[in-house]
Design a protein around this ligand. Structure first.
Ligand code: SAM
Length: 307
């Protein structure tokens, strides 16, 4: 059987949006480097061919990955390669939805489509998602339950998050209600328990805990299968500071055994690699959606939250 790896790319930390609640902070103050400064899209494309004896899942985040022209160029070629797996996740603010549909349409991509209310009206967001859904490219829509978003949804549209979920369910799109890290991760927030109860209608209490919780030692497969590809091609892992290969040389030298880690995983792509759960780490966004859908079926009342 072919060896399988998940490779994480960060085209840029720059973003065309500057959301008041973004945990990455002010986008105008972020590093300006991009993955195409030292290596051209063609070099990234050629390097991916060196892994054709393996199976590769791609994950991209940032910043806004689709801000860069090179992102479309590499994705178009990468996604056409036989060794690229379906279920590749990219986090996007959807500003460039038309360009995505035009330049790199592929149902191997399952986009994590954020809804940032400061920048798109509900109708704009709906039309953008609909277009990508028709191409089978939507993993889910992510709605951060921030003060800004919840208040704007209520004031501008008279809607609760339950209404939002129902609106997008009409076109078969799952809406994730993400706990805003500023409240969810702050145990001193005076309404923390109420906020947790609100969010855990939409995600299970386990997912809530895995995303934050107390640091605890456990084995993790991250250094065996899940790597970040740095701008110089070096493969690194969240598990330690080792270098696990080089993308441009076509090398991966994974850890022989699962390592132990006690860090908190700030992302749902990370914690399925840990030994404290049985979640499937491949095609992690679609797996996450399946788990949440199952959890929501166990809920029999709708709780609302106002800031
Ligand atoms: C930092 S964004 C970058 C990717 C892309 N530009 C986007 O808007 O989706 C990555 C993810 O973090 C989520 N996010 C941003 N701020 C958040 C917050 N305060 N709490 C929880 N999630 C947040 C976004 O909705 C998105 O799904």
């Amino acid at each position: 059987m072919k060896k399988r790896y998940l490779l994480r790319f960060v085209p840029t930390m720059r973003c065309n949006f500057n959301c008041p609640y973004c945990f990455e902070g002010d986008s105008s103050k972020r590093p300006k480097e991009t993955m195409f400064d030292a290596h051209t899209p063609e070099e990234w494309i050629d390097a991916m061919r060196k892994f054709s004896d393996k199976e590769i899942e791609i994950y991209m985040w940032g910043g806004e990955p689709f801000l860069l022209d090179g992102t479309y160029t590499v994705l178009k070629e990468w996604l056409a390669m036989d060794h690229i797996l379906p279920g590749c996740r990219i986090d996007t603010n959807l500003y460039y939805a038309d360009k995505i549909a035009e330049r790199c349409p592929s149902n191997k991509l399952k986009l994590n489509c954020s809804y940032h209310m400061q920048y798109h009206t509900l109708e704009q967001q709906f039309e953008k998602i609909k277009k990508l859904k028709e191409l089978d490219m939507v993993g889910m829509m992510n709605f951060v339950a921030s003060e800004y978003n919840i208040t704007k949804l209520r004031n501008d549209y008279g809607m609760s998050v339950h209404d939002l979920i129902k609106k997008f369910a009409e076109i078969g799109v799952f809406v994730n209600i993400a706990g805003d890290f500023a409240y969810a991760n702050n145990k001193n927030y005076e309404r923390h328990d109420e906020y947790m109860k609100f969010i855990t209608q939409f995600i299970s209490p386990e997912e809530w805990r895995f995303l934050r919780g107390e640091p605890q030692k456990r084995k993790c497969d991250a250094g065996k299968y899940f790597f970040t590809v740095n701008y110089d091609g070096k493969l690194t892992s969240c598990i330690d500071s080792n270098v696990y290969g080089n993308f441009f040389e076509g090398t991966i030298k994974p850890a022989m055994f699962a390592k132990t880690c006690d860090k908190i995983c700030p992302s749902l792509i990370s914690y399925p690699w840990r030994s404290d759960n049985e979640f499937i780490p491949w095609s992690s966004l679609t797996e996450y959606v399946k788990r949440c859908e199952k959890h929501r079926k166990t809920m029999n009342q709708e709780i609302d939250f106002e800031f």
